[in-house]
Write a protein of this length. Structure first.
Length: 282
């Protein structure tokens, strides 16, 4: 089975503004592109990847699609469109008409940066999400505990849309906090059109002093509630570099799922991503 990293980024701070890239993140405030990632994938035995949006910019999405057209390892792009715009169907159609447009597999918005915790419940946003579903794309949920109730209602309202929770909804691992994150995410996991990325955990822990045991209660919760067949490995590179190298993230994920079967490992490291994002892999 083809192995897939379902979540990484490219960026160039010299060419664009990234509002979330604060001084705390100075260590990753530089160019990261395909040439940086390619050898890391090869060393880790990862065959394909999905690049995910970092800005509220349709231009960035177009650039990622062009990159995917020239990079065989980029199997998919989770891009951005303005979900509040009535012309979401037309925006998606234009992106699909670009070079690499066939690699558009999903849409994401940085929901946890919205002031309104119920942003996903807005009628214009719901209309946009319905257009994503009609286009056959997946939707990545970038939320924290605060936004999980609104996410739950959106998932219930749109049963035909495949929702993928990024970074296990960013629990407070550094503080050892489980609730209310655990209860809210477990409720969301009961809905069959939800999936979850085993990603982003090391940067929710203490960056300079984390262990597998710190992450295990959180990983165990998503394994129990979603099950291996609805989980996807994601490196969250290069954000992960704040706390761990690429290979470290791969290794810790293997450690967290070491008791699973070979087939279950295969689901998490490629099978589920291929299904959810409808990847066209050779």
């Amino acid at each position: 089975m083809t192995t897939v990293d379902s979540h990484h980024h490219f960026w160039d701070p010299s060419r664009a503004d990234y509002p979330w890239m604060t001084d705390e993140l100075v260590a990753i405030r530089r160019v990261f592109g395909p040439d940086d990632l390619r050898p890391l994938l090869a060393a880790a035995g990862i065959d394909a990847s999905i690049v995910v949006q970092t800005r509220s910019s349709i231009e960035e999405t177009a650039e990622f699609l062009a990159t995917a057209a020239g990079e065989p390892f980029v199997a998919g792009v989770v891009g951005w469109v303005d979900l509040t715009d009535p012309a979401v169907p037309e925006s998606i159609a234009r992106l699909r008409g670009l070079s690499g447009g066939d690699r558009l597999v999903g849409v994401r918005h940085q929901v946890h940066d919205e002031d309104d915790p119920a942003w996903l419940g807005r009628p214009d946003v719901r209309r946009g999400l319905a257009a994503v579903a009609n286009a056959g794309l997946a939707y990545d949920l970038l939320v924290r505990t605060r936004e999980l109730p609104a996410a739950l209602e959106a998932v219930r309202a749109l049963p035909d849309l495949r929702f993928v929770v990024d970074h296990i909804a960013k629990p407070e691992i550094a503080g050892g906090v489980l609730e209310p994150w655990a209860g809210r995410l477990a409720t969301l996991a009961r809905l069959p059109n939800t999936f979850c990325k085993l990603s982003g955990m090391v940067t929710e822990a203490v960056w300079t002093d984390w262990s597998v045991d710190d992450l295990r209660p959180y990983a165990d919760l998503v394994l129990e509630t979603f099950g291996p067949s609805r989980l996807l490995f994601g490196s969250d590179w290069p954000v992960c570099l704040l706390a761990a190298g690429y290979q470290d993230v791969v290794d810790v994920t293997h450690a967290l799922i070491e008791d699973l079967s070979v087939d279950e490992h295969g689901s998490i490291f490629g099978g589920t991503a291929t299904e959810v994002y409808r990847l066209a892999l050779d």
